[in-house]
Design a protein around this ligand. Structure first.
Ligand SMILES: [Zn+2]
Ligand SMILES: [Zn+2]
Length: 267
């Protein structure tokens, strides 16, 4: 494996992850795959940023920094067998403040920071699903809010960019073509300027054939990002140890997108 770093791993501390997503189990799986570094990215909303009664309060209420930082203690207790552990987070877009749900104090404590512009299942009003263009426009607006927020300098990579996560009415990939080449270009030029990378998320890709992976609509989006000189990170988005396996698809994606070592951001 050329790809030795998985920069998007959820432990059991993420409430949507499996209880058996333990440090020990991840270390064993990482060794089996040949990874040398794991980036822990549990869901995080800093408790200093008001949640009020927003619909995402139920999900993020407990997942504050004190909670996610428990993984540091858990990993400190075990033998990581040479696997380097990075303690980061998957933060969140804050549509109320047009920024991210974190404070600078917390950002400074993280080894890396992923921010998604595409958790629309949680952060977007439900009546924005139709027409699909409204959904795509919301994601683009979220993207620019994130990129332009005062804490953008702390963002390492945009998690699963423009992939409408957990979209029930239609496939998440339906939205990629609704954003124009020029809009993507403007978006990626701004990220390049701020040294923010893009995550190539491998979750769920093992079920596809090589040809199916080659024709994934999201690859065109990554090609534009590459053209703009942006860098990429890889993440399995594992919510249990077995799901680390999908990172094996990273080498194929590197090949398809013709990414060199210089195109990859390794922390
Ligand atoms: Zn996510
Ligand atoms: Zn995630």
């Amino acid at each position: 494996m050329k790809t030795t770093q998985d920069l998007h791993v959820h432990t059991h501390l993420s409430i949507c992850a499996e209880p058996f997503a333990t440090p020990e189990a991840y270390i064993e799986k990482a060794l089996e795959i040949g990874l040398t570094s794991l980036g822990i990215a549990d869901h995080l909303w800093d408790s200093a940023v008001p949640l009020d009664d927003h619909p995402w309060k139920g999900f993020y209420g407990e997942q504050n920094y004190a909670h996610t930082a428990l993984s540091r203690e858990e990993f400190a207790k075990i033998d990581t067998k040479g696997i380097r552990i990075l303690f980061g987070a998957e933060g969140e877009y804050d549509p109320v403040n047009h920024g991210i749900g974190l404070t600078e104090e917390v950002c400074q404590k993280l080894d890396f920071l992923l921010i998604p512009n595409s958790h629309t299942h949680m952060m977007m009003p439900k009546d924005y699903y139709e027409p699909k263009q409204k959904h795509a426009d919301f994601m683009l607006k979220a993207y620019f809010d994130i990129i332009n927020c005062p804490l953008s300098g702390y963002i390492t990579s945009i998690a699963h960019p423009f992939a409408a996560v957990a979209c029930k009415p239609y496939p998440s990939g339906d939205l990629y073509p609704l954003i124009s080449y020029n809009q993507y270009k403007e978006a990626f030029d701004a990220a390049k300027e701020k040294s923010i990378a893009f995550e190539i998320n491998t979750s769920g890709l093992l079920k596809y054939t090589k040809d199916e992976i080659k024709s994934l609509p999201r690859l065109d989006v990554f090609r534009i990002a590459k053209e703009c000189g942006c860098k990429f990170t890889f993440g399995s988005d594992a919510h249990q140890p077995e799901s680390l396996e999908s990172i094996r698809c990273a080498d194929l994606l590197r090949e398809i997108l013709k990414l060199t070592d210089e195109d990859i951001l390794t922390i």
